[in-house]
Write a protein that binds this ligand. Structure first.
Ligand code: ATP
Ligand code: MG
Length: 420
């Protein structure tokens, strides 16, 4: 029986891996400009971290986690998102003792047990940043600017930034009371899950995927209309900073985001052409998360996670191509055994000078070697024949112009260094 990759996972073959390399390098470059440094955390963590850090009432924790008990009876989960692990590492390495804010970025696979479809996988990848240790909207504005500069530099301009404020414990307390009263009146038309959410985390109802629920809550009270003074000020200041940077946004009071730990700013960057899975980037502020997972008080943070697979789909939908940088500078065609032997030392010399060079490895006929040289799109083909070899000569063919000339084998490397 043929064994295929598990449902919801994908191989990234050479037909695509060059695109991933390009995106990763670009992301690292932009992060570096903004002063964010890379952090790599484990693929798996104690399940408790995500229960606490992502939130017991979220879809992720309730339905989507890859959890198992390991041989030492530990409850382990493959990371469904990047923030919880980074915040755990921030605490564990006492980064709070360094000058703040702590600006980190990551590139990581994530695992969620979801129904696979275009732009939705069980193993997917995220680019993310976290700015921990500052509660000013200044950092909110910065991470949004970082995401936008990255996407813009890739050539994506048809993007919408939606921002919202999901309040803080102070304003959410009275808002939740209002919300519960509202939801109680609707209890017979809402799904079981929403009725359950009413008690545990009523704001989650706004995010319900059930259409009947959605059509019954069109006039649901929204957090952004009930912010306390501090949250209101934070939100207004963020808008001012975005305006100053000419970053266009709209306020979408229905963004609640999938993670429980968001406070105040929540945002999404949506590509206007990806259809249902259109959210490329989602982020928000998580004041209190550091403390929630056992760290010191007073370290708030903000960050985003960007789906790399969705980013690639967005680039495709916008017909933005990433050039494949892999090329063959020189291919060596040999005629006869002596020439074949010579090709080993010549190839070694060429590669030492970092030319991308190759030769036939399958004992092909001369004709087939030429054909293969064409197939690998080589810039030059060097032909070494038995007779020419005696005279230290070979012919060098420019594959673009078709021009061919004799050249001293001992001078090939220097010649190519001058001209390639
Ligand atoms: P969605 O509403 O699409 O399920 P989400 O709110 O669960 O998204 P986040 O937890 O904010 O997503 O994750 C950040 C980003 O990661 C998303 O904006 C998206 O680009 C990407 N993402 C999330 N889940 C998947 C998945 N299963 N497959 C591929 N990409 C994903
Ligand atoms: Mg989701």
């Amino acid at each position: 029986m043929v064994i295929s990759a598990p449902r919801g996972t994908k191989d990234i073959t050479p037909k695509e891996s060059y695109k991933w390399n390009f995106l990763e390098n670009k992301f690292k470059e932009i992060c570096s400009i903004y002063g964010y440094e890379e952090i790599r955390t484990p693929i798996f963590e104690h399940t408790e971290l995500f229960k606490r850090g992502v939130g017991d009432t979220t879809d992720i924790v309730q339905k989507e986690m890859y959890s198992f008990v390991d041989k030492g009876d530990r409850e382990i989960t493959l990371k469904p998102e990047g923030t919880a692990g980074v915040v755990r590492a921030f605490i564990e390495h006492k980064m709070n003792a360094d000058a703040q804010p702590t600006k980190l970025f990551y590139i990581t696979p994530c695992f969620r047990y979801e129904r696979p479809q275009s732009g939705r996988q069980r193993q997917f990848h995220q680019f993310g940043v976290e700015a921990i240790g500052g509660d000013s909207p200044s950092l909110d504005a910065e991470v949004i600017a970082l995401a936008m500069q990255f996407l813009n530099e890739l050539g994506l301009n048809d993007l919408s930034v939606s921002i919202n404020s999901v309040g803080c414990p102070v304003c959410r307390e009275s808002y939740n009371r209002l919300l519960k009263d509202y939801l109680l009146q609707k209890s017979d038309v809402l799904c079981d899950l929403c009725n359950d959410r009413r008690e545990k985390n009523p704001m989650r109802v706004i995010d319900c995927k059930n259409e009947t629920c959605q059509s019954n809550i069109v006039d649901i009270p929204l957090m952004a209309d009930h912010l306390c003074e501090d949250c209101q000020k934070h939100f207004e200041t963020l808008k001012e900073y975005l305006d100053e940077m000419d970053i266009r946004y709209s306020v979408d009071k229905k963004i609640v985001r999938g993670l429980d730990y968001y406070k105040r700013t929540a945002f999404e960057i949506i590509s206007n052409d990806l259809g249902s899975q259109s959210t490329v980037c989602g982020g928000g502020r998580y004041d209190g998360l550091v403390e929630l997972i056992g760290g010191p008080k007073g370290f708030s943070g903000i960050g985003f996670g960007m789906g790399v697979e969705r980013l690639l789909l967005t680039l495709e939908a916008n017909e933005i191509e990433i050039e494949n940088p892999n090329k063959t500078d020189i291919f060596i065609v040999t005629i006869g055994e002596k020439a074949k032997l010579k090709s080993f030392s010549l190839l070694k010399e060429l590669r030492k000078e970092h030319f991308s060079a190759d030769k036939d490895h399958l004992d092909r006929s001369v004709k087939a070697q030429f054909k293969y040289s064409n197939k690998v799109n080589s810039r030059f083909t060097i032909v070494i024949g038995e007779d020419e070899l005696e005279k230290d000569e070979a012919s060098l063919k420019d594959m673009e112009t078709g021009e061919q000339r004799l050249i001293k084998i001992s001078e090939i490397v220097d010649e190519l260094k001058k001209g390639i």
